[in-house]
Design a binder for this molecule. Structure first.
Ligand SMILES: *Cc1c(COP(=O)(O)O)cnc(C)c1O
Length: 386
């Protein structure tokens, strides 16, 4: 399907004779029926026919159809956060005694799900260096049920060879799941390479305006039905009709935003590469990116994330750099309109995020939609403060 059809038209016909230009918001928890038989018929396909909005809701369904088309899958389910989507995907595929082979540095809460909750329920895991597809496959045991990928990762951007992983997994009946947030479905469609379940934090590019938290899961109709009847309805971490409506609105500009982010990131990335005050640049589209073959094979364009290590190990200088930034706001998350800087050292002593392995001089930058000249000026002033 043409991407324009998915973003602008798909799923938007209505029961009314005239189709409204913007789809209606069905802000309702439940649906009422004319007869016993109508109600019973509806319940037979509660995933598709609106009965109660924890299951299906017409506004949410419009969004789901668009997202499934973007990921080239049969179905999409949307959640109240990316973390809820990740948890639903993994929980639907494992039980006590099973094992998960996972990239070493997935999103923090994915790691916590494996390391604490699932471990307590008897599901084991191995973390494998994310740049090493061989090692990821070598970690597979007879009891492995899931291979969990994040490609590229959202801090250091390691990639895995999706086609190798999916061929290996299919031959052994293992489910492959990828966190595809960092690439977005516009820049990478893992289903085409055989990956079973794609999850996204839609709080990032898909909603794109720093105004909501949401998650997406895209997969085949068989797996979608398992997840719908399992974690989706049971844990109930759904996205509201209103936020689904907002995301439909965001999708109108997804392609434009992703194009602009890619252009801006290339300009800022080039500025940072070989900058004397940057000791290391992590960016998929840097000349120094260590996995150019995988990048060229799987990614259509650059995304807005890149990570630098400043040429200092003094915390005070790192602080001075950060405090000097004006256009890059200090904050977590990414994928919105606004450029952001996340200094890893702020996590020291935090309730949830601290890792002893993170270098003190590491800062993640998200290059948003602003004029890249202004962003470079901002960085340049901050480098002067180093
Ligand atoms: C933000 C993020 C998540 C979690 O999504 P939430 O919407 O914040 O729950 C998962 N994976 C990646 C790569 C992320 O950046």
């Amino acid at each position: 399907m043409d991407i324009n059809d998915a973003l602008f038209h798909l799923g938007e016909g209505t029961a009314f004779p005239d189709i409204p230009a913007a789809p209606p918001l069905y802000q309702t928890s439940n649906f009422v029926f004319n007869s016993f038989d109508d109600m019973q018929t509806c319940l037979k396909r509660e995933d598709k026919s609106p009965f109660y909005s924890r299951g299906a809701n017409p506004t949410v369904q419009i969004l789901q159809q668009k997202l499934a088309a973007l990921e080239a899958t049969d179905e999409a389910l949307v959640f109240g956060s990316g973390s809820a989507a990740v948890a639903a995907a993994i929980l639907s595929q494992v039980k006590a005694g099973d094992h998960i082979s996972c990239v070493a540095n997935p999103y923090g809460w994915t790691k916590k799900l494996l390391s604490s909750i699932l471990k307590d329920f008897g599901v084991t895991h191995d973390y494998v260096p994310a740049h090493d597809t061989d090692a990821l496959l070598a970690a597979v045991k007879p009891e492995t049920k899931v291979i969990f990928l994040e490609s590229p990762n959202s801090w250091t951007y390691e990639m895995q060879d999706l086609e190798r992983v999916s061929a290996f997994a299919k031959a052994r009946g293992i489910t492959t799941i990828i966190d595809n947030s960092c690439a977005s479905p516009l820049n990478q469609q893992p289903a085409i390479h055989g990956i079973d379940i794609m999850v996204h934090s839609a709080s990032k590019y898909l909603s794109g305006h720093a105004d909501m938290v949401a998650g997406v899961l895209c997969t085949s109709s068989t797996i979608a039905m398992q997840i719908f009847q399992g974690p989706y309805m049971t844990m109930g971490g759904i996205l509201s009709p209103f936020e689904s409506w907002l995301m439909i609105r965001s999708l109108r500009t997804l392609e434009m935003r992703m194009d602009r982010v890619a252009e801006n990131a290339l300009v800022v990335g080039e500025y940072l590469e070989n900058h004397p005050k940057v000791s290391k640049l992590y960016f998929t589209h840097a000349k120094s990116y260590p996995q150019p073959e995988l990048r060229d094979k799987y990614l259509k364009k650059a995304g807005g994330l890149m990570t630098i290590e400043l040429a200092t190990t003094e915390l005070n200088k790192v602080k001075a750099f950060c405090n000097q930034l004006e256009r890059f706001k200090l904050g977590c998350s990414w994928g919105g309109f606004e450029s952001l800087a996340f200094p890893a050292a702020t996590t020291t002593g935090s309730l949830n995020y601290h890792s002893d392995e993170t270098p003190v001089n590491r800062i993640r930058l998200y290059v948003g939609l602003e004029n890249p000249k202004l962003l470079i000026e901002d960085l340049s002033k901050a480098f002067d403060a180093l």
